[in-house]
Ligand binder design. Structure first.
Ligand SMILES: Cc1cc2nc3c(=O)[nH]c(=O)nc-3n(C[C@H](O)[C@H](O)[C@H](O)COP(=O)(O)OP(=O)(O)OC[C@H]3O[C@@H](n4cnc5c(N)ncnc54)[C@H](O)[C@@H]3O)c2cc1C
Length: 365
């Protein structure tokens, strides 16, 4: 039986373990954290990500956890509503989910077939023409016919294979974390010059807050950037130590594999949250990797090359869309805020709404 070592038990790593496990590989998943990381923020799954979830057989379990449609109220800095966008913009092949629910569904699908080693990471990678040997942080070694680095945007596997310098940093930061408090069945969003705050509170385990802001100087806290927004005061008070907090960066690599070692997901191509397709691409990448490996038999390097050639155009498109979309998430000045408002307000007009919906469907293909 062929063996694969997968570094990272995130969306990309678990999806790879699922697809390869189904294709007859024995998979070992190494995760740096001491346990599963099931928390997270709201993600949308559509286009290639939705298609991959369907092929991986995940749709029934995901649909059962999906959030459904909700209204979004855009507010001013003093909390007064500007306008409300009704539900119903998204098409049929679309799911809004918490990242933690996607992680749970993937974990349930692989927990019997994959071997998990938590609190473990790789320290060195050695390749021969027939295999890969990795040394681990606990002093042990693992051998396999394939190594998959799915260890996220700051990937240690990437550094071990290709060195540093492939993260393109943008002058934005992001914070996301679960929230508590009475359910509101609606999202609240504030978009101002250089900053956006949003919260969705649909009840226990179905609520999260999201903040993104322009930041060129030293690291500023969420409170110092958003503390004046009364509507978000209690939300910021509830920010715990396990909140997701990072700068926004893309990963741009000339190639995603070296011999029998391959990078997948944010480790290879992080498109950023501004693209809204990172989890989807992780699922699609894992599914297509399994397909390429099945097609090329024992020639792993040929499978990896074919896989990358097929996937790269979709990634390049998403990275470009994300770079263009940054102004929408974090408008640089009042004029751009006004333009943004106009665009979002158009969503409340049925005719414009239909047009925008068709445009989004085309873009998501
Ligand atoms: C606020 C926000 C909103 C988003 N919205 C969307 C959206 O709407 N739609 C969408 O498709 N995507 C969205 N994304 C992007 C999406 O969440 C990511 O692209 C996706 O989760 C990446 O999955 P991954 O498995 O590649 O990386 P990660 O989820 O980062 O997983 C990497 C795993 O590797 C582990 N790890 C790290 N280093 C090591 C190491 N050295 N050794 C072992 N393990 C290690 C980590 O602990 C983690 O478990 C959003 C992201 C953010 C931040």
């Amino acid at each position: 039986m062929k063996r694969a070592i997968i570094v990272g038990a995130g969306i990309a790593g678990l999806a790879t373990a699922l697809r390869l496990g189904r294709d007859g590989w024995r998979t070992t998943v190494l995760e740096r954290a001491p346990g599963r990381r099931s928390s997270g923020y709201l993600i949308n799954l559509n286009g290639p990500g939705y298609d991959a979830a369907e092929r991986l057989g995940l749709l029934p379990a995901l649909a059962a956890r999906a959030l459904g449609d909700f209204t979004t109220t855009l507010i001013r800095a003093d909390g007064r509503p500007k306008f409300t966008v009704p539900p119903g913009l998204v098409g049929d092949r679309f799911l809004a989910l918490f990242r933690g629910d996607l992680e749970t569904v993937l974990h349930e699908a692989v927990r019997e077939s994959a071997r998990f080693r938590f609190a473990t990471t790789i320290t060195t990678i050695e390749q021969t023409p027939t295999g890969v040997r990795v040394k681990l942080s606990d002093g042990t070694t693992e051998e396999a016919e394939l190594l998959v680095g799915a260890d996220g945007v700051h990937s240690a596997t990437r550094a071990a294979l290709f060195g540093d310098g492939f993260e393109v940093e943008f002058p934005y930061r992001v914070a996301a974390f679960p929230i508590t408090g009475p359910a509101e069945s609606a999202a609240t969003t504030f978009i101002g010059p250089g900053r956006t705050a949003a919260k969705l509170n649909l009840g226990p385990d179905r609520s999260s807050a999201f903040f993104t802001w322009r930041s060129e100087g030293p690291e500023a806290s969420v409170r110092s950037v958003f503390g004046d927004l009364e509507a978000f005061g209690a939300t910021i008070d509830g920010m715990g130590p396990d909140a997701y907090l990072d700068r926004v960066s893309q990963v741009v690599l000339p190639r995603w594999s070296d011999g029998r070692a391959v990078l997948l997901g944010d480790a290879a191509w992080c498109v950023t949250l501004f693209a809204g397709h990172g989890a989807g691409l992780a699922l699609a990448g894992a599914d297509r990797l399994g397909e390429a490996l099945s097609r090329h038999g024992d020639d792993v390097p040929a499978a990896l090359a074919a896989w990358e050639a097929g996937l790269r155009p979709a990634v390049t498109k998403r990275q470009a869309l994300a770079r263009r979309g940054m102004r929408q998430y974090v408008p640089p000045n009042r004029f751009h805020v006004w333009m943004n408002d106009l665009m979002i307000r158009a969503l409340t007009v049925p005719a414009a709404r239909a047009l925008i919906r068709r445009g989004l469907e085309r873009q998501n293909r």
